[in-house]
Design a protein around this ligand. Structure first.
Ligand code: UD1
Ligand code: UDP
Length: 365
């Protein structure tokens, strides 16, 4: 048996690792253990419940308003203890969070092969997104296997000098998760009155904390003031730097519903029902195009250029004027809206986990 530890820390990692974990558990040649760092607590537990996953090891690392240095330091020492005890043949982690960077480094110190899921995403700017661009560069540098979602992420790795022998274009496992959940989320569809349109909002990026996030909130305020037929649904991320400001700046608006983060099923149902999505999320940029929903990305750059190139996602930055202008265009101009509301899925076909497992199987013979 090949012992593989799958690590999850935050909500998006759990969503994107869940299909892979569940398929690995069915392999007769794999002993699959799930390690939750619990960099997120409630957000992580929600997702693991939905996919029926119980962690074998839980580091319960989240602290209120945790700082990055403290988080990183605690992760490294606790992860090293687990690796020493478990001595796995391989470790897998997804994406660009502090959990992933720390796992890759802990594996390096123990000489344990590390497989990076969602490898090769880059903006080329260390400050955008912060600290994720650095996290994924470190994770990539230390990985044995690079599971790149698209050709352009493979190309980024080739440009950095990685050998093509260890880069595998697999698609993104987020589409595996989405296609599973989309078939079972209809009980959670939000009620929308006739002739009203739902605008779904999410925001949590660290580089948007402070003035940029205030601009985003101001833009939302202007949009509801100018469009009496829209309702904004905004599940607020629990990070206090986001939460406190969102409630302070938007809490008084009757057309804006601020709520706790939604479980994955109701969130996918909300995406399905939305007319338009405003978000700085990575995962939402991948999922919404597959559902045919236009996304205005509240960031200046993206490591996911494929949907932008397809014309179904647009970068508007955390910029008041640009958000209001582009959102108003989609709300007022049917032709512009239809051009963006096309179902395309540049990030995957729902079979990414199978491809990753097949690579691992060959690697271990
Ligand atoms: C983290 C990731 C980011 C990812 C995002 C997904 C890092 C540095 N950041 O950002 O890349 O896009 O998750 O959502 O890895 N909190 C709770 N309950 C939870 C989760 C968070 O209360 O379930 C609060 C806590 O006060 C916590 C704070 O949010 O300290 C920040 O959490 P943290 O994981 O450090 O950063 P995120 O902003 O969530
Ligand atoms: N999501 C969710 N509930 C919410 C908001 C987002 O289930 O209230 C899902 C979303 O569908 C996507 C993932 O969480 O799959 C994205 O997580 P997040 O935006 O926190 O992180 P990122 O993708 O930016 O790293």
């Amino acid at each position: 048996m090949v012992k593989i530890i799958c690590v999850v820390g935050t909500r998006p990692e759990a969503i994107k690792m869940a299909p892979l974990i569940n398929q690995l558990k069915q392999q007769d040649w794999v002993e699959c253990k799930v390690l939750a760092t619990a960099q997120h607590r409630q957000l992580l537990d929600q997702v693991l419940n939905i996919f029926g996953i119980t962690p074998d090891i839980d580091l319960d690392i989240m602290r209120p308003n945790q700082s990055l240095p403290e988080l990183t330091a605690r992760l490294l020492t606790l992860l090293d203890d687990v690796l020493a005890k478990e001595n796995p043949d391989a470790v897998l982690a997804q994406g660009d969070t502090t959990t992933v960077m720390a796992v890759a480094l802990a594996c390096f110190y123990r000489k344990i092969p590390f497989g990076h899921i969602e490898a090769g995403l880059r903006t080329g700017d260390m400050s955008n997104p912060f600290p994720e661009e650095m996290n994924r560069i470190v994770a990539g540098r230390l990985a044995r296997w690079h599971f790149a979602p698209t050709d352009s992420s493979r190309q980024n790795l080739l440009n950095e000098g990685f050998s093509d022998d260890y880069i595998y274009v697999t698609g993104n496992t987020v589409i595996d998760a989405l296609l599973d959940v989309v078939t079972r989320c209809d009980n959670f569809l939000p009620q929308i009155e006739e002739n009203r349109r739902l605008v779904l909002v999410t925001s949590h990026r660290r580089e948007n904390f402070g003035a940029p996030f205030i601009e985003i909130c101001r833009a939302i305020r202007t949009l509801v003031e100018n469009n009496s037929d829209i309702d904004v649904l905004y599940p607020v991320h629990p990070n206090p730097n986001v939460r406190d400001v969102a409630y302070e700046l938007l809490g008084d608006l009757s057309q804006v519903t601020l709520c706790e983060p939604l479980d994955y099923l109701p969130f996918v149902a909300a995406m399905k029902s939305a007319y338009l999505i405003l978000s700085d999320s990575g995962g939402v940029q991948e999922e919404a195009p597959a559902l045919g929903k236009p996304v205005l990305v509240l960031r200046r750059e993206t490591e996911r250029p494929e949907a932008v190139n397809e014309g179904v996602v647009k970068l508007v930055g955390p910029d008041y004027e640009c958000i209001v202008r582009e959102a108003q265009l989609l709300l007022s101009d049917e032709k512009a809206y239809k051009a963006m509301a096309r179902g395309v899925s540049p990030y995957g076909d729902g079979h990414s986990s199978e491809r990753i497992i097949s690579v691992l199987r060959s690697a271990f013979n």
